[in-house]
Ligand binder design. Structure first.
Ligand SMILES: *Cc1c(COP(=O)(O)O)cnc(C)c1O
Length: 495
């Protein structure tokens, strides 16, 4: 399988090359030249497999330049004891829908699903391409990616990682998680600005040939662990298949039945992986895209207009506080039948005017595949409470947004297809807001009191990592302006 840029101005590359490069030279994103199709017996075959085996079956359609042995090693390293369940991504049953729990990894958010395997794919890529440079991973994060990337990349030979998060715009736990993270090869910076600012700076650095030359002289090559990296997207396709296989296996659906997936979305990486699964042949009816008050995606999917001229809100589902959802570009590439000229025009327009509108042909395809809505903060908290009362199940605010949007979807469309809601974070990770929603607010604002209170409500003890946060020292305390980032990157890179 070869990979091409969505903007059509670069040569096609292998998966290993695409994973090392992160972003294509022409600023486009790497996409497979075509989306591979599964065989008629594929779904049946994966039913009795475990998660790692299912992942192998899906990933070998894409990572054709990795040997079977190499894939097995990556998967074994990625989906092992660091997950707190051997099912890796288990399905929980509620009365009216299913919940796919994607937060059993080491940092309790769905980012682990891809970031536990990406470093291994990268190290192997370096070997394959006989590249003797060190790789510096630059990560812009709205909160969860930062810790998940740190957890994945720390102390991996030949790789260094630098994380940039918006100053004072992440949750307390997210902040402590990153600011206390130990590791020889890690750097963490707070950036004055919001997530989009951080992400734009990172994208600009990738574009800056002169700066990359400067790093090259120090034997450093830049790459990305953000969801613009192909190596983030591909592992996420797996759990859509896995959830489907689980539902068939326990007799909730029959092989071939179409189901819906409802996804709390920000950068559009998670839901896009679902779209890939559908294009490969997974029986899907609709993808329901759930957003918070920063509902640029809702408008886009409903009207085909992408408009960033709107206020930016900090919400109680911060991992979705995004106005520029990078992975939409990949979706457009596939919906516009690989018309890279058209994609370039839309993306240039987005860059210069903050707006573009897709043609009717693409709009019709958006409508056929997606349904979208958004939820305000108060309703999100209400939904957490309702889930607790009605289902005896506590969800985090991101998942609650999805549950609420799904409820509206069903009310408006009367669609009765079985639906899987993707749960993207453990409630522990957002314990302050969850407690607020459950009307059990801790008397103190102390985060550890909150965690302990929540622990009393949840049947499962809190992850040891969170308990231990209390004892950890803040070791990363640098706050920098956007203009200073490049210099920090250079200083860390050459170290
Ligand atoms: C990253 C994240 C999301 C958004 O996922 P995208 O792939 O960016 O759309 C939703 N919820 C949580 C908890 C996240 O960490």
């Amino acid at each position: 399988m070869r990979y091409v840029s969505t903007r059509g101005q670069t040569e096609n590359v292998s998966a290993a090359e695409a994973i090392l490069m992160g972003l294509a030279q022409d600023r486009g994103l790497f996409v497979p030249k075509y989306i591979p199709k599964i065989t008629d017996t594929f779904l049946e075959n994966i039913m009795d497999l475990n998660y790692i085996q299912r992942a192998k079956a899906v990933l070998e359609c894409y990572l054709t330049d990795y040997s079977e042995e190499e894939l097995k090693i990556c998967l074994k390293n990625a989906y092992g004891r660091q997950f707190d369940t051997k099912y890796i991504a288990p399905v929980h049953f509620c009365n009216k829908f299913y919940v796919l729990e994607l937060w059993h990894g080491p940092t309790n958010a769905f980012k682990d699903m891809a970031l536990q395997i990406l470093p291994h794919l990268m190290t192997l890529a370096l070997d394959k391409l006989q590249e003797n440079k060190k790789i510096l991973i630059l990560v812009a994060t709205s909160g969860d990616t930062g810790k998940a990337a740190l957890a994945g990349f720390t102390d991996i030979p030949k790789l260094k990682i630098q994380v940039l998060y918006p100053y004072r715009a992440v949750s307390t736990i997210q902040y402590l998680d990153m600011a206390t993270h130990l590791g020889e090869n890690v750097s963490v910076l707070a950036v004055k600005g919001n997530f989009d600012d951080a992400q734009t700076v990172v994208k600009n650095i990738f574009q800056d040939t002169a700066f990359k030359k400067k790093l090259d002289l120090k034997n450093i090559r830049l790459s990305s662990a953000n969801s613009i990296n192909l190596g983030r997207l591909l592992p996420q396709i797996v759990y859509y298949f896995s959830a489907y296989a689980d539902l068939v296996k326990i007799g909730k659906i029959t092989l071939g039945d179409k189901i819906n997936f409802c996804v709390p979305s920000g950068n559009f990486g998670n839901i896009l992986a679902g779209f890939y699964a559908k294009e490969m042949g997974l029986p899907v009816n609709k993808f329901i895209c759930a957003s918070n008050k920063n509902h640029v995606l809702t408008e886009f999917l409903q009207k085909g207009e992408y408009n960033t001229h709107r206020p930016f809100y900090k919400t109680n589902s911060p991992s979705m506080d995004i106005l520029i959802s990078s992975n939409v570009e990949r979706l457009l590439y596939h919906l516009a039948d690989g018309n890279t000229k058209q994609i370039s025009l839309w993306m240039t327009s987005l860059n210069t005017t903050g707006y573009y509108k897709v043609d009717e042909h693409v709009q019709a395809k958006l409508k056929a595949n997606f349904w979208a809505d958004w939820v305000d903060e108060e309703t999100t908290l209400k939904r957490i409470y309702q889930m607790y009362v009605e289902e005896d199940y506590i969800v985090d605010p991101h998942t609650a947004v999805a549950v609420e949007v799904f409820t509206r979807y069903q009310k408006q469309t009367h669609d009765v297809s079985p639906t899987v809601i993707l749960s993207t974070a453990s409630p522990y990770k957002f314990s302050e807001n969850v407690l607020k929603a459950l009307k059990k607010e801790a008397e103190t604002k102390d985060i550890f009191t909150c965690l302990e209170k929540l622990e009393k409500l949840l049947a499962k003890p809190m992850p040891k990592r969170l308990r231990d946060l209390k004892k950890k020292k803040i070791i990363h305390d640098v706050v920098c302006a956007k203009e200073e980032i490049q210099d920090f990157v250079y200083q860390f890179g050459k170290k």
